[in-house]
Structure formats: structure tokens, C-alpha cells
Design a protein around this ligand. Structure first.
Ligand SMILES: Cc1ncc(COP(=O)(O)O)c(C=O)c1O
Length: 385
């Protein structure tokens, strides 16, 4: 009998140490706190990490996706292929621009887009494919890149989960298209809220930069510096999507700890795999069948022997947090109303069973042991008795 712990074990908690506090404090003391040299440094570090030529920091991955879709000129009459098993932010941005999300089914084991199903969905209206490196497992970028090149379609990698994800040695964002990263507190590194767009295209960089800040050509820190020209003109209205240097200071310090964070995540996932191996009623996440480095952003097993709602109730009784990544987008009310009903058998089979269990670098080995023991006990009486 597993005794319920007193302290709640959350799904996730960012790891913020002295390095982060010192970096943010130094930024505050510098008195330059909005977009400036630290954002530029954070962006440079992202080009180094990903191998992409350009990186542009933004307030969130959602904002990054919005800007990327806008800069590509995606709008009414256009179609964008995306898995339904993703965060709603992508589909929201596609829909907001008046374009149509076309949902591709996923692989049940890895929850990543099934690259073999993409080609059948391409039409003359298809403008982009948005694979997701789900939970940190890389999508099949070789196959997706080949299809995209053949049909002249842009790939926008949703790399929100993928800081540290590699496929055959190439980091997410390094495959030649556009990639969007997230620094939400749940992600592998955080800036509080934040995101990064990476890509290789000179013209696109200029357009993204202008759209990021009201449509104004020059950055604030250049306009207000010594000898700067405070005048401006706007030829296209833009947004207010720039990251601040306070956030970048946090991001730079977090990036400095990425290897430590992801190694710890890997060790915790290995403990989960050992602790849940052979437990009837739970399926462990599959691994992509090509050489890769997983960022282990999330640990998402599937519960097969009992109703997931009841399983979640039981986890709460043990004081264990959980998450749902994701309620599939094709079932969202406005999506079915606007774009019709889609049948995605693998997505639906997985969606009924997935559950995200606690995973964050500051978790202890004992925490994982406790979750595994609780899961074993819960599944040993699947009727809920
Ligand atoms: C797969 C995926 N894409 C995009 C996003 C959006 O990221 P952000 O919160 O930085 O806008 C998330 C966030 O949870 C995500 O999980």
C-alpha cells in the first residue's frame, strides 16, 4: 500500500538557480531592460545551437508562429498541414489568418506526425507543413523535407518542445526551413514567457523583425542610443511581439544549463521506464526509429486499462500532478464548426489514453519511484475500488 505524500508533486516546475537570479539582477542594474544587447546575445546563441543563419526572439512561440505565417503571406484560401495532436495555438493562428488547418494523423507510438500520410493531404492550396517534435521526439524531418521540397511547400517546425532535440546530429531548427521554439515555464528552458524563430532567409528576417515591432524598421535600443534617429515610418502595421532583455538574461542563464537539465530529464525518464516496465495497463512512449537525441520535454505514457478520467482522479488522491498534451485540435468546438469533422484514427486512439506525468530537472529519483509505485497500485485495481 503506497502512502499518499503530503507535498503535492506538480507536473512541472522550472529550475531557477543562483545563475539565473544573478543574470536577471545584472540586467536590472544595467537599466536597459527591454529588447537590446541581451536579446541579441540570446539570438546568437540560438543560431549557434541550431545551425540556422538567423534567430529572432519573440514574446512566445505562438507569436513566433503568427509572425512566420504572416511573413509567408498565408491567408484566406491557403491550407496548412499540421497534426491535430498539438497545442491549439498553432491552429488558432492558422484560423485567425483565415487559412485552413488540414490535419494529418500521427504515429501512435511517438505521437509525432506520420510523414507517410502527408503527401495525400497536399493540394494546390497547401502553403506550409508544421510538424511538431512531440515531447522532444524529433518528427521525421528527412521525409517531411523531401515531400515539402517536391511540392514547393515551406516547413515550419514546431520546436516548442525541442530545445536539445536532434535528428541524425542536426538540432531542431537546423533543417533549412523555419522553426519556432517556446520558453514558457513548462519548457526545457524558460524566460517566463518567450519564444524564438530560427530560419535561413535574409528577406524573411527583415520582414519578421519589422512585423515584430509595430512595423517600425529600427530597434528601440538603436533609435534611443547616442546619435540615434528617433524618427520612423511604417509601411505595414505590425505587432508588439519583442522579448525583453530581462527575459533574455534569464534565457541565456538557462541555456547555459541546458545540457545539465536535459541529462537530468533523460535520467528521470530512464527511471520511469524501469519503474513502469511490464506494468499491465500502461504503454510507455515509443522512440522514433532513426538516430536522434530526445529532449525529454514531457513523459507521456498511455493508460489502456482504465478510463483516463478516473486515473487522473486517482493520481490526485496520491497528490500527483498531471497534464494532457494534448486534447486533439480537430475536436475543438470552433474547429469542427468552421472546418468540419475529420477522422484521425491514430490521433483519437492515442488522445483517449495519453497522460503527462511529472517531469522536471529538480525532481528526485524518489519522486519518480513514488509516481511509479502509485501508478502500479492504481492500475492493480482498474475498477477504481
Ligand atoms: C507544441 C506546442 N506548440 C506551441 C506552443 C506555444 O508556446 P507558447 O506558450 O510559447 O506560445 C506550445 C506551448 O505549450 C506547445 O506545446
Amino acid at each position: 500500500m503506497v502512502e499518499s505524500r503530503e507535498e503535492f508533486l506538480p507536473l512541472n516546475k522550472p529550475s531557477i538557480g543562483e545563475a539565473e537570479i544573478a543574470a536577471v539582477t545584472a540586467c536590472l542594474k544595467s537599466k536597459w531592460i527591454t529588447t537590446g544587447p541581451l536579446c541579441a546575445q540570446f539570438e546568437e546563441q540560438f543560431t549557434a545551437l541550431t545551425g540556422a543563419r538567423y534567430a529572432l526572439s519573440v514574446v512566445s512561440a505562438t507569436a513566433g508562429m503568427h509572425l512566420a505565417l504572416l511573413a509567408l503571406g498565408i491567408g484566406p484560401g491557403d491550407e496548412v498541414i499540421t497534426p491535430s495532436m498539438t497545442f491549439a495555438s498553432t491552429v488558432n493562428m492558422v484560423a485567425r489568418l483565415g487559412a485552413k488547418p488540414v490535419f494529418a494523423d500521427i504515429r501512435y507510438d511517438t505521437l509525432t506526425i506520420d510523414a507517410e500520410r502527408i503527401e495525400a493531404l497536399i493540394t494546390p492550396r497547401t502553403r506550409a507543413i508544421i510538424p511538431v517534435h512531440f515531447a522532444g521526439a524529433p518528427a521525421d524531418m528527412d521525409r517531411i523535407g523531401e515531400i515539402a521540397a517536391r511540392f514547393g511547400v515551406t516547413v515550419i517546425e514546431d520546436a516548442a518542445h525541442a530545445v536539445g532535440t536532434r535528428l541524425r546530429g542536426t538540432h531542431a531548427g537546423g533543417f533549412g526551413g523555419i522553426a519556432i521554439f517556446s520558453f514558457h515555464p513548462l519548457k526545457n528552458i524558460t524566460t517566463g514567457e518567450g519564444g524564438m524563430i530560427t530560419h535561413n532567409d535574409d528577406t524573411l528576417q527583415n520582414r519578421l523583425r519589422i512585423l515584430r515591432f509595430h512595423g517600425i524598421e529600427r530597434d528601440a535600443w538603436k533609435r534611443y542610443g547616442k546619435g540615434g534617429n528617433p524618427e520612423y515610418d511604417i509601411s505595414e502595421p505590425g505587432y508588439k511581439y519583442n522579448l525583453t532583455d530581462i527575459q533574455a538574461a534569464l534565457g541565456i542563464a538557462q541555456l547555459g544549463r541546458l545540457d545539465e537539465f536535459n541529462a537530468r530529464r533523460r535520467a528521470l525518464v530512464n527511471l520511469y521506464r524501469e519503474g513502469l516496465a511490464g506494468v499491465a495497463g500502461v504503454e510507455l512512449p515509443g522512440d522514433p526509429p532513426y538516430p536522434h537525441t530526445h529532449s525529454h520535454h514531457l513523459f507521456v505514457p498511455k493508460v489502456c486499462a482504465m478510463e483516463r478520467g478516473l486515473f487522473m482522479e486517482r493520481l490526485s488522491e496520491y497528490n500527483i500532478g498531471y497534464g494532457l498534451h494534448f486534447p486533439p485540435c480537430h475536436g475543438l468546438t470552433y474547429v469542427t464548426a468552421r472546418f468540419g469533422v475529420t477522422s484521425l484514427p491514430e490521433t483519437e486512439r492515442a488522445a483517449a489514453r495519453i497522460i503527462s506525468l511529472p517531469l522536471f530537472p529538480d525532481m528526485t529519483d524518489q519522486d519518480v519511484g513514488y509516481v511509479c509505485a502509485a501508478v502500479r497500485e492504481i492500475l492493480s485495481r482498474p475498477g477504481g475500488a
